[in-house]
Design a protein around this ligand. Sequence first.
Ligand code: BGP
Length: 482
Amino acid sequence: NMRMLWGGASASSQYEGGFELFNKGMDTQDCRRYIKRIDNATTSTRLLTKADIERAKHPLDGDFFPGRKGSEGLLHIDEDIEYLSELGIDIYRISIAWSRIFPTGEEETPNEEALNMYGDILKKLKSKGIKIYLSLTHYALPLALVEKYGGWKNRKLIDLYLKYAKVIFERFGEYLDFVVPFNEINTGFFSPFNGLGLLRDENRKGSGYDLNDIFAGLHNQFIASAKVIELGKKMLKASFGCMAACFCYYGYSCNPLDQLKTLQYEQINQWFFTDVLAAGEYPYYMKKYFRDNDIKVEFLPGDREILRNNTADFVGFSYYQSNVCAFEEMEKTAGNLVVSTKNPYLKANEWGWQIDPVGMRISMNKIYDRYKKPVMITENSFGYNDVLEEGNIINDDYRIQYLNDHFEQIKLAIDDGVECLAYLLWGIVDIVSAGSLEMTKRYGVVYVDADNLGNGTYKRYKKKSFKFYKEFIEKEKNVVKS
Ligand code: BGP
């Protein structure tokens, strides 16, 4: 079968900029204001309220919305594609901003200038022999759909999403190799604003969200995802996947209660979502969770068949770190989307994310074992506040170490027998972080000269890790030939 592919990944609102371009409609990511990080839960920059939306529409002096500028990708797209080509990557993951194509989500006809812009980008990538993985949406929901329908909790969004997907497939189908309807489908559970466009209600006790809204939103996304796959398979030869954030939970000790909590945490935080999209039905254990939390998910006639008949061809996942479950609340650290218990065996970065290469091998085996479908690492790398030194040098040896250790474990998982389609280095050209909106939380092998408030030249400089990744990919390509 095909050699494993090595590539990179980005997301529209973290990379593009071009907020004023071609009458783009505001989307949820354009509303998120930069606030200096006070804790690693990043609640204030992730879980927006109605007041936050109003402020985004009428900003105060000094307000900065990083999603509107990203890392000025659109201003540097030709140069960035040259870097990708120089690296020799096989595949590149991008997302399209829905509100560029349909500013309010409900226009009769799509925005032709925006379509042409994305068409040019896809053509340029293909002309370099780079395969395309398209996320139809990556957190960026047209704001008008939040204000008019309350976001994904309204079933109306399914048809509007299909209308958007149909245009993308008609116009770009020939360029697409892999299509995934939603980024990290489990985000809706932790980050309901990013995942589902649900506003946090400050007057509500607890998280500020009604679980019935969250699970209605998730159900609508599951149905939308399956319907997009049904439509896409009629129109394209691409492979269709699902994708979730992988948390790789460990029990804090061999205390059975720690193991029980780990089992339950992994079910509700991770397996539930890929069970629906990759296995095609709601898993048994959610019945108890819905009963215990008084949640009623409305299934319309045909819903169960749509899910069963349109499952994902492959299971993508983002992997950054592992997490710990302790039955007794213990010392907390942080991780992608969730706050987790500290693992005494692991080192962490300044955001408290714990570095665990072996967890990558464990996760690849567990996901492959569960679905017997090819897996794909759709996000990996590590956030560091890289320093631009004299002569525009960035000595990110720590990132080379992280990547090298994770590549070793990926190869061990493949030796275990796991079928892995690709590895995509997250934020391969530096972008704005999704959780904290920080430019200084850098993942890439290409540095972008900008700070957290949008100041800087936005010039690109190759980091030390650029050469490492370029040489690694070359070796990978030669090994297969020999
Ligand atoms: C995932 C998102 C990505 C990416 C990643 C890293 O949840 O799919 O958009 O940003 O997290 O997290 P952060 O950017 O917050 O460091």
